[in-house]
Design a protein around this ligand. Structure first.
Ligand SMILES: C[S@@+](CC[C@H](N)C(=O)[O-])C[C@H]1O[C@@H](n2cnc3c(N)ncnc32)[C@H](O)[C@@H]1O
Length: 285
């Protein structure tokens, strides 16, 4: 058997395994694994014009097995694209989602590029929002906070790798570590999945940290804390931009109203590309 024939057999075996596990993108996943972890150029991975030594094929099939067990591709690769950068991800952090890019977009609209601003990214996880904002607004100082020390280690690794000198991370239970009237803008993608939704969640989510996903009170407890704590920490004309669940669009305006402890100049809700209400933006007086 020549080496191309052997490669073909290995790839077919992997595709069959993935298809058998209801994976709808077997070819893309295989290409991503080969190019990301075995340094095979993408076009060669697609055409099968490459060879691996037996130990490498063994490792390749172990990774395919992880994928058939629904481990997210981003954890297998250790990386994820978000906004304009590639971020390290580990099972200690949530895998950044495309809808969270709307949070970055919304925050940037309220952050001038020619002025010094102080930004807090609460529930920072991998630091994807904090680092993206810091890179887009070099004159601003961005502080990412999280309750998880392991998540903060990954965030710090991303900050260093992406050279975001104007970004820092600290441990904080929500906004408890910040002093009053000290911040211009707060962003947050807090945990917001209701525990009762667990049975209907995709199996991939069971690999992500529970504390990054679930919140008490029908998924609203962390958002309530944000709404209660943010007004005191924000300066005059400060803004809070936060993400919420695709099914929480009705509950959020009620929560904003019932927790308001300071005059709100503007409250708006922004939809994602799927048409779901996903981002709340509050401008305080
Ligand atoms: C949904 S993840 C968001 C991660 C990241 N911002 C993103 O968008 O990919 C929520 C994050 O909130 C953190 N978290 C949970 N409870 C918290 C609390 N009480 N205070 C601060 N962070 C908390 C989790 O550790 C997790 O990293």
């Amino acid at each position: 058997m020549d080496s191309n024939e052997s490669t073909r057999i290995h790839l077919q075996r992997a595709i069959k395994k993935l298809q058998g596990a209801q994976n709808s993108t077997p070819q893309q996943d295989i290409t991503a694994i080969l190019s990301g972890l075995f340094r095979i150029p993408r076009y060669r991975a697609v055409t099968g014009d490459f060879t691996l030594v037996p130990e490498e094929w063994k490792h390749f099939h172990e990774l395919i097995k992880k994928r058939t067990g629904h481990e997210p591709l981003q954890y297998i690769l250790g990386k994820c694209n978000f906004w304009k950068s590639e971020f390290f991800v580990t099972p200690d952090v949530l895998i950044p989602r495309p809808e969270t890019e709307h949070l970055v977009e919304t925050a940037l609209e309220h952050l001038p590029s020619d002025a010094e601003r102080t930004v807090v990214d609460c529930c920072t996880g991998s630091g994807c929002v904090a680092v993206s904002l810091a890179l887009e607004r070099p004159m601003s100082q961005v502080i990412g906070c999280d309750i998880s020390p392991a998540a903060l280690r990954t965030a710090e690794k991303n900050r260093r790798y992406l050279l975001a000198a104007n970004c820092h991370f600290l441990a904080s239970d929500m906004l408890a570590s910040f002093s009053s009237s000290s911040v211009n803008l707060i962003t947050a993608n807090p945990p917001y999945v209701a525990v009762k939704e667990t049975p209907s969640l995709q199996p991939e989510l069971s690999f992500e940290p529970r504390e990054a996903l679930f919140s008490e009170d029908d998924g609203l407890a962390h958002i309530r804390s944000l709404l209660e704590q943010a007004p005191a920490i924000l300066k005059k004309n400060g803004c809070l931009a936060f993400e919420f669940g695709y099914n929480q669009g009705e509950a959020i305006p009620r929560l904003v109203e019932s927790t308001a402890s300071r005059t709100i100049r503007q409250f708006k809700i922004i939809k994602d590309l799927g048409g779901h209400e996903r981002i709340g933006l509050i401008q305080y007086a």
